[in-house]
Design a protein around this ligand. Structure first.
Ligand code: ADP
Ligand code: F6P
Length: 322
């Protein structure tokens, strides 16, 4: 293998740049040529590719987002689109591809591997931490720290005004962000898509907390936990809960900004491992991390598997909220 490429796909996550840097510099260290594909799979279809050197990734480790930009590419869902992408790679003499992204990006990569025999390796990059086969994804740690900072600030206002504040965090299909931020922020309740929530039981929880002497409360709500989101929940709670209620939706601000130390180190480790995996012929896998250290998991297992939700921590949070 003499020439490989790297791209970022799906939602951006802080630490993606650190992963790009690690892939580029490891490839150069291993005497490979390395090209960057812009705008995810769209760049493969548009032939938007540039060869990188070590200086191309200077001064990016501390930056959020992705210098390669990212995209959602409809054409890549079709066999024709993927054939065009494979053709572009072949035209440039690129013999392997590192894909930094989430579940969907790995499905695309896996098809490229199956249909066109292009060696691919995935690196998990998403703030949601919803990828099977790795304990943690690039971006999760930064996102929870940003959201926690917001929860702490909002609690100041909740406490000063004797209010109930609902904080909506990201996680359309997964509650890992809400769980961590809720536990770390001492939330009175944590709502996640993995557990059904109805307004009445949330109301009961808040009223019971008030009766135990709590003067204010904070509820952390994952965006996919309640139909209509935190604002819809506010409407159902405010008349009956005995507090003034306010809602804060943190949204995409959780996805931007400088990556944390943990995310930069994880990204550096996984970028290095991804290139080593390509060179050693271990393709069609994602590189991740668990108690054993860095691991390789077949892409199919990754997107067919379901990341386990930490129910023990979820139940612990309820006990600690008394
Ligand atoms: P993420 O990687 O963060 O889960 P998406 O689900 O939006 O983000 O996927 C990113 C891109 O990966 C899509 O826009 C598409 O180009 C490609 N992709 C996703 N799912 C598939 C699939 N089943 N087959 C082929 N390509 C896919
Ligand atoms: O990055 C993952 C995620 O943050 C989800 O939690 C959220 O639902 C989704 O991305 C929104 O992404 P976009 O606005 O880019 O479609």
């Amino acid at each position: 293998m003499k020439h490989i490429a790297v791209l970022t796909s799906g939602g951006d996550a802080p630490g993606m740049n650190a992963a790009i840097r690690a892939v580029v510099r490891t490839a150069i260290f291993k005497n490979l040529r390395i090209s960057a594909v812009y705008q995810g799979y769209q760049g493969l279809l548009d032939d938007n590719i540039e060869e990188f050197g070590p200086r191309s990734v200077a001064n990016i480790i501390q930056k959020g987002g992705t210098i390669l930009r990212t995209a959602r590419c409809k054409d890549f869902y079709t066999p024709e689109g993927r054939a065009k992408g494979a053709e572009t790679l072949t035209k440039h003499g690129i013999e392997g591809l590192v894909v930094i992204g989430g579940d969907g990006s790995f499905r695309g990569a896996s098809k490229l591997y199956d249909e066109h025999n292009i060696p691919v390796v995935g690196i998990p990059g998403t703030i949601d931490n919803d990828i099977y086969g790795t304990d943690v994804t690039i971006g999760f740690n930064t996102a929870i720290n940003i959201a926690l900072d917001a929860v702490d600030r909002l609690r100041d206002t909740a406490a000063s005004h004797d209010r109930l504040i609902l904080v909506e965090v990201m996680g359309r299909h997964a509650g890992h962000i809400a769980l961590y931020v809720g536990v770390a922020g001492g939330a009175e309740a944590i709502l996640v898509p993995e557990a059904e929530s109805d307004a009445q039981s949330i109301l009961d929880t808040i009223v019971a907390a008030k009766e135990r002497g709590k003067l204010s409360s904070v509820i952390v709500v994952a965006e996919g936990a309640f139909p209509g989101g935190a604002l819809a929940l506010q409407k159902q709670l405010e008349e009956k809960c005995g507090y003034e209620v306010r809602t804060s939706i943190l949204g995409h601000m959780q996805r931007g900004g400088s990556p944390s130390t943990r995310d930069r180190v994880l990204a550096s480790r996984l970028g290095y491992e991804a290139v080593k995996s390509l060179i050693s012929g271990r393709h069609g896998v994602m590189v991740g991390i668990d108690k054993r250290g860095t691991v390789r998991v077949p892409l199919k297992e990754v997107f067919e598997g379901q990341k386990e939700f930490d129910w023990e921590l979820y139940e612990t949070a309820k006990i600690l909220a008394v």
